[in-house]
Design a protein. Structure first.
Length: 199
């Protein structure tokens, strides 16, 4: 299905813009492939969330996670299939779990303080394909991610809805998991890739 989508899309592009170079077509293929994989993963997870009655909770978890992910970055699965499986498990299981557990307030405070420290130390975390070479940009991303984490921790402590509070904490710790050097090492991925480049 993916191959048909890519071939059809690229044939339309070549028909409309016959002078497009092979290099440009390769770039377009890469972008279209990413778009296709993102959409199919989203649809699959959306259907699972709908079936398990955690659609709203899944969207909230994605929101809280992406508030940090946008500037904190972190590792990506090496294969699309691995990403699909891990994303489906995380973004379906955690919303389900959020409905059934109660985290004591003091534990939320401890988790919150620890999360702010970890985010400040380890964000942003780059990848080999997307190193954050510019030092000022890295520092800016660190400040923004830490600030957003502080806001989320504060919200998790004051919100009256226990499920939403849990989802905020889960969203924070998904991001933390993706930026820890230990996880990179465990998966055999290079960390602090910007150090391989002159700044």
């Amino acid at each position: 299905m993916k191959k048909k989508f890519l071939n059809f899309s690229l044939s339309l592009i070549k028909k409309k813009y016959p002078d497009t170079s092979d290099t440009k077509l390769d770039e377009l293929r890469y972008g279209l492939e990413g778009f296709y994989l993102t959409i199919t993963k989203f649809i699959f997870t959306f259907v699972l969330a709908y079936i398990t009655h955690v659609l709203l909770e899944m969207f909230l978890l994605l929101l809280f996670f992406n508030i940090l992910r946008t500037t904190g970055f972190g590792l990506h699965a090496s294969k699309s299939s691995n990403c699909l499986i891990s994303s489906s498990i995380v973004f379906i299981f955690l919303p389900l779990l959020a409905k059934f557990i109660i985290i004591p307030f003091i534990m939320k405070v401890i988790l919150g303080v620890v999360s702010i420290i970890l985010i400040f130390i380890y964000s942003p975390a780059d990848t080999e394909k997307r190193p954050i070479v510019n030092k000022k940009r890295r520092e800016l991303y660190k400040m923004i991610t830490t600030f957003n984490c502080i806001i989320l921790v504060f919200l998790s402590l004051i919100v009256n809805n226990e499920v939403i509070s849990n989802l905020i904490i889960f969203g924070i710790y998904i991001e933390i998991t993706l930026i820890l050097p230990f996880i990179y090492m465990l998966l055999g991925l290079s960390y602090n890739n910007f150090k391989n480049y002159a700044t």
